[in-house]
Design a protein around this ligand. Sequence first.
Ligand code: BLA
Length: 517
Amino acid sequence: AGTAQVADLTNCDKEPIHIPGAIQPHGVLLVLREPALIICQISENTEALLGSRAQELLGRSLDSLLPASQVASTRASLLSDRLQDNNPLKLTLHGGDRERLFNGIAHRHQGRLFLELEPVAESESLPFFGFYHQARGAMSRLRDAKDLRALCEEGVREVRRLTGFDRVIIYRFDPDWNGQVLAEDRLETADPYMGLHFPASDIPRQARELYVLNLLRIIPAVDYVPARIVALPEEAAQGPLDMSFCVLRSVSPIHLEYLRNMGAGSSMSISLLQEGRLWGLISCTHMSGSKYVPYEVRTACEFVGQFMSSFISSKEGHEHYDQRIRTKSIQGRLLERMTRVVDFAAELCQSPPELLELTGATGAAVYFNGRMTIIGKAPEDEQLQGLIRWLSSQPASQEVFSTNSLLRHYPESEGFKDVAAGLIAASMSRGRHNYVLWFRPEVVQTLEWGGNPHKLVDVEDDQLRLHPRKSFALWKETVRGKSLPWKDYELEAARELRRNIIDIVLERSEELLKLNT
Ligand code: BLA
């Protein structure tokens, strides 16, 4: 006691979110000692749901809360090695003046048996058959999606249809854990978040680690009052309760503040994994108040997430395959054009702009035998001369140099980062400093050219300290001076073009030699 750290904006990733010592109060958490199923820890909010005070329930057996007819089957389920297969247990508990039906969600973790009880509303019993039909339809639509974008669009539609959240987005992490919204299905009146980027700090490291293990989480009411866990003395002595796998786990107050600031009453998110890593999230928010999603519907959403995860790599693979095929055909056409003419350097910079398409650049320059030709958006001639002097003064190492942050290597590029924050430089010869250069602008500029979907409000407003819009602005700061990264196949295309040019040059000099002898 006394050493607990208060989480704030500077130490987000230190907050121990797996041991909050409390739950969200829409259900009750029990920790049971096997084999007698003695209640050794319990959340304080039992009076409303079970009709007795938590202190009265501590030390009693779960059996004493069950109708006689359910004791044997409940024990068999809970004491089984594969207890999770039986979730949810349908338990009738007599709480005070009446009986109530609960979904019992059980798991074991670190040798402890957890049972979480969520009251079942009359209206929510989705018959298995209806669920099966919905899931089957969803599966085939996800499987048939033609590419990653279609898969994500189908995914958000499906989850929104299953749950009725006001907004469902798919959020993909980049290699630095910043996120981008790839797909969105929302109430027409909600702000669009499509295309926005958010910094890694919005979902800190320990949360991302937890979400790899535990695939779905829900916050039905962001204004909830947490219910603390009370324990028998000998239990309390064993240290804090690890709630990594609890569905009722109380969530980070900082995140709750974030949600409230964005006007959300409720939130749910589902992990999307690739090769054991968090690839992205399906994130749902409800703007019109709180929203509880029944266990069966959550399970259906978790399935949608797992299906999506299993299709992502093949859909992404398709996309890369298509792009590779396109690159090949551009390469073929460029080669054909170069061999046809004497001045291939000039030809490379003629329209159609295949040289740009080859690497997905917005500008390029070819510097050959002292002559500069450019295409698209490129730095001024003097700036290019300076860049080439710098490139050729570098220790001769790579034949193709590339970066998405030229500023970091060459601070003089500050003056032209709006056209060349990213660079590929293919060197054609050692002595003569012949180069093909490709450029990309700062990513922030790309966004604005691409039509920023969101008119930013004044981000200095204190209310926005924690807000997606503020996050978007923060993310923009972190990518100042950087371009979108070059993809592997784009770099490979640059290397291939370099080999082609060297071949042509060699061939021509041999022809010249023959003529001269
Ligand atoms: C968790 N942050 C999350 C989660 C999401 C986001 C989806 C998962 C929990 C959930 O399902 O609600 C972020 N939600 C977003 C984003 C959008 C959205 C980007 O709807 C955009 C539309 N968060 C911050 C900062 C900190 C922070 C600055 O912005 C820390 C200082 C913390 N976010 C934080 C923590 C969690 C979190 C600690 C984990 C919550 C938990 O599981 O306990």
